[in-house]
Design a binder for this molecule. Structure first.
Ligand code: F6R
Length: 259
């Protein structure tokens, strides 16, 4: 099962993950990071930006999880723009080393295979940051996605388009299609770190961590991964039956173990 860590705030979660990334990069300067977009990972990127002077991030490579299809890359809400704004610029990364799936319609037929090849050429992802949608999606793998899936085009659910309407002028402006790393792609990352905050994420977290492993709740794929860490605040943890055990186990975690 995933290790579950219940923290008191988003900032505490951000600091924990930033510390783990700093240790990873110190041990492996060419580390490959999997980058989520959306609001959840922002505390991680903020915490990393605060400590960027003490880290050498010049040789890391990054791979975003997903991108909207057909949204011009210059659009402020394209995930390329979001990654540039929230990650590349604040962390002073080399933009050429930070990849985002190509959602352009002209090349969409082979964009998934191209992305898989780029991840493989980089040596695979060492640490993948994940958020979870209210539908239980990770990346944009909506319910029903195959556990074996690789990067490909998916249709967003109406629920996800409603959830993401806050980034656009209206729900109608949220693209219908996306290109996303598959559950099989995510599974190959060496360490998965999923974050979730707020009561709205509580059912998805309970299902992902303690429910049956099912394609109907893609986040439950974490239960099949050999190294998955779930970091949640009290509100997102509120439907976990074994919360006391997770608290007990984290309080007694051997210090040599890291995250
Ligand atoms: C984003 C992504 C999605 C989000 C999820 C949660 O790259 O792949 O799975 O992590 O939709 O979004 P937020 O964090 O905005 O609640």
């Amino acid at each position: 099962m995933a290790e579950v860590i219940i923290v008191e705030s988003k900032d505490a979660a951000g600091a924990l993950v930033a510390e783990e990334i700093a240790a990873l990069v110190a041990a492996k300067p060419t580390a490959v990071l999997g980058l989520a977009t959306g609001s959840t990972p922002l505390p991680v990127y903020r915490a990393l930006a605060e400590r960027r002077d003490s880290m050498d991030l010049s040789k890391i490579t990054g791979f975003a999880l997903d991108e909207y299809v057909g949204l011009p890359v210059e659009h402020p809400e394209s995930y390329r723009s979001v990654i540039n704004r929230e990650v590349v610029e604040p962390l002073g990364l080399d933009p050429d080393r930070i990849h985002v799936p190509n959602g352009s319609l002209e090349t969409i037929e082979h964009a998934g295979a191209d992305y898989e090849a780029a991840i493989e050429a980089a040596g695979g992802i060492d640490l993948q940051i994940l958020g979870i949608g209210t539908t239980g999606h990770i990346g944009f793998n909506e319910p029903g996605s195959s556990f074996a899936s690789r990067t490909r085009v998916k249709t967003l659910t109406e629920q996800t388009r409603r959830d993401n309407a806050r980034f656009f002028d209206s729900e109608d402006d949220v693209p219908m299609h996306c290109i996303t790393q598959g559950l099989g792609t995510i599974h190959r990352a060496r360490h998965l770190v999923l974050l979730a905050f707020g009561e709205g994420k509580a059912p998805a977290i309970a299902g992902a961590v303690e429910g049956p492993v099912t394609a109907s709740l893609p986040g439950s794929a974490l239960q099949l991964h050999e190294r998955a860490t779930v970091i949640v605040d009290e509100a997102a943890a509120s439907q976990l039956k074994n919360a006391d055990y997770y608290r007990h186990s984290y309080a007694n975690k051997p210090t040599w173990q890291g995250l």
